[in-house]
Design a protein around this ligand. Structure first.
Ligand code: D5M
Ligand code: FE
Ligand code: ZN
Length: 560
């Protein structure tokens, strides 16, 4: 676990169950040895402390206690039966891979003219656009204000007969919260993902591999239950299937060692290789992720129609950018937005109440229901012929554990003015034949914290989304901030390949194509909060990525 940035520190603390003052986070991050400082702080903090303060950190760093104690329990963390555990950072697949020699292998080959830095694609004057196809560094804004545009030429109403939306993913919870349900949900994950991997290797169950003679060739499909580096710098990956676990060794000087950097606990992969002479370990030759086929051909709409993708509106926060929102909705009423017939909102409609420690100081509306009432008012500004689909995020008033159900009747009533379609998180929404996987994105914090920077950063938030596509699961690792609801089924598996993958949550704009799947993180409508300031998150505010459903091209509008 790399701990050098405040975000990593905050994530790590959250993962260990601590709330922390922003100053405490910055102090740890700026220590000469952040990982050590964090460990020492957690060792010395009084048990009854509810919140980690700057004083706790100072005390710990100054009184330098015995270091080396690494909290966490590596061995006893089988992915299938102990969902409550927290992963040990010492076995994470952080950036310091001593054995990695080749960073090329396994890196996704994709992207169609993507700048990687979405914010560079737009100017700050009025409603500006950039297309993914074009040189994204060249702002193409007109400098007109949206009201100027609106008076020039208004929107032509959409033809309701031509519009179509189908939604899958409105889960109604079936789980009881019993231990057996956690086992069931992991079993189902294994079943679904192993089905996707089975064609790739001639796999055997662990008990069959155990009875094979040393030196045999063998393959298995398993859930990653442990990742450790050995004394000599090789990687020991323990895979678990429904029969047991088996240790697999990835040699540090092999090209595939780089793939170990991408592994997360609890994800399902396949390996093949040769058994050691005593048969007790598998030397891995190849490692496979469930993956999106490189040849995937996305579906497109059969008329020229567009969808606007947004997320993280955060109404009720003092930082909600109402003026930018008005510019956006004004623009939707202009002829330039004639083809925008859909608006997809990927979670965090409102700021919520009590979501993060200290949040109340930055609330503009302190009552949760009033926040939704205000949000509903803002939705009314959207032209009535635009179909709206929304799913909840971690600030919304539904359970945090994923999958999150859709808003309940009471909240639907409050938000009924525009007749939006309301679904769970995640959901697959088929818009005129185009499958859009909408997932709010809480797991992205974890993917970014765990994987090395070249695979996942906040600056390029589409890249951790690529990892979710590759792993065919929207929340592969379990146990940190990503909470999993015990269900009979794992609804978080990406069973069929989406044409568009839409997330938010990290408040950064980013987009690209992964094996032809258009992947978009849509930024936010909330200016930088104090917390974000303290951890150096510089949000991308008031961008609206607009997808042409007939071509899957993208234009980005900036309403900041
Ligand atoms: O999250 C917006 C982003 O900021 C997301 O990457 C999590 C991170 N964030 C924001 N506030 C906090 C606190 N207090 N602790 C840890 N991480 C935080 P959003 O869910 O929209 O607030
Ligand atoms: Fe958010
Ligand atoms: Zn969020």
């Amino acid at each position: 676990m790399p701990l050098e940035t405040p975000v990593h520190v905050a994530n790590e603390l959250a993962r260990r169950g601590y709330n922390a003052e922003p100053e405490a986070v910055t102090l740890i991050a700026s220590a000469s040895d952040p990982a050590g400082a964090l460990e020492r702080t957690l060792e010395t903090v009084p048990d009854e402390a509810v919140k980690l303060t700057a004083d706790h950190v100072k005390e710990a760093i100054e009184t330098r206690s015995r270091s080396g104690g690494q909290g966490g329990d590596v061995g006893a963390s089988p992915g299938t039966d102990d969902p409550g555990r927290s992963a040990d950072p010492t076995v994470s697949t952080g950036e310091s891979d001593p054995g990695s020699t080749d960073t090329g292998s396994g890196a996704p080959v994709e992207t169609k003219g993507v700048s990687g830095d979405g914010s560079a694609a737009a100017s700050d004057t009025g409603a500006s656009t950039a297309t993914v196809e074009a040189d994204a560094d060249q702002p193409t804004g007109t400098g007109q204000s949206s009201s100027e545009r609106a008076s020039e030429s208004g929107r032509t109403p959409a033809d309701p007969d031509a519009q179509s939306i189908d939604i899958e993913g409105d889960i109604s919870s079936t789980g009881t919260g019993e231990y057996a349900d956690f086992v069931a949900v992991f079993r189902d994950r294994y079943e679904k993902l192993s089905k996707q991997l089975r064609g790739r290797v001639n796999h055997r169950p662990t008990d069959a591999i155990e009875s094979m003679p040393g030196g045999s060739e063998a393959a298995m499909v398993g859930m990653v239950s442990d990742i450790r580096s050995t004394a000599s710098g090789h990687w020991l990956v323990e895979l678990e299937d429904t029969n047991g676990t088996f240790p697999c060794l990835v040699m540090k000087d092999r090209d595939i060692a780089d793939l170990v950097n991408e592994l997360l606990l609890d994800e399902v992969i396949a390996v093949d290789g040769t058994l050691a002479d005593d048969g007790g370990i598998l030397f891995v030759d190849s490692l496979y992720f469930p993956e999106i086929p490189r040849t995937y051909e996305p579906s497109t709409a059969d008329r020229e129609v567009e969808a606007a993708l947004i997320s993280d509106v955060h109404v009720g926060s003092q930082e909600f950018e109402a003026d930018a929102w008005h510019r956006f909705t004004d623009w939707l009423h202009t002829a330039d937005a004639d083809r925008v017939e859909y608006l997809l909102i990927a979670g965090d409609m409102v700021e919520g109440v009590g979501v993060y420690p200290g949040q109340d100081e930055e609330l503009d509306i302190v009552d949760l229901y009033e926040q939704y009432e205000r949000f509903s008012e803002y939705l009314k500004e959207v032209p009535g012929d635009v179909e709206i689909v929304m799913i909840p995020g971690n600030h919304d008033a539904v359970r945090l554990a994923e999958p999150q159900p859709a808003f309940d009747e009471e909240l639907r009533d409050i938000m009924s003015a525009h007749d939006a379609r309301i679904s769970g998180n995640p959901s697959t929404v088929t818009v005129e034949g185009v499958d859009v996987l909408m997932y709010h994105g809480v797991s992205l914090d974890e993917v970014i914290a765990e994987l090395p920077d070249e695979k996942a950063t906040y600056e390029e938030p589409h890249k951790p989304m690529y990892q979710l596509l590759k792993k065919r699961h929207v929340a592969p690792q379990f146990g940190g901030q990503t909470r999993l609801a015990p269900e009979k089924e794992d609804h978080l598996v990406i069973e069929s390949v989406p044409d568009v993958f839409h997330s938010g949550h990290v408040h950064k704009l980013g987009y690209g194509k992964y094996h032809n799947v258009l992947t978009i993180n849509s930024g936010c409508w909330q200016a930088q909060t104090d917390f974000q300031k303290s951890v150096n998150i510089d949000p991308d505010v008031a961008f609206a990525p607009i997808v042409s459903l007939d071509t899957l091209d993208l234009r980005i509008h900036d309403f900041e």
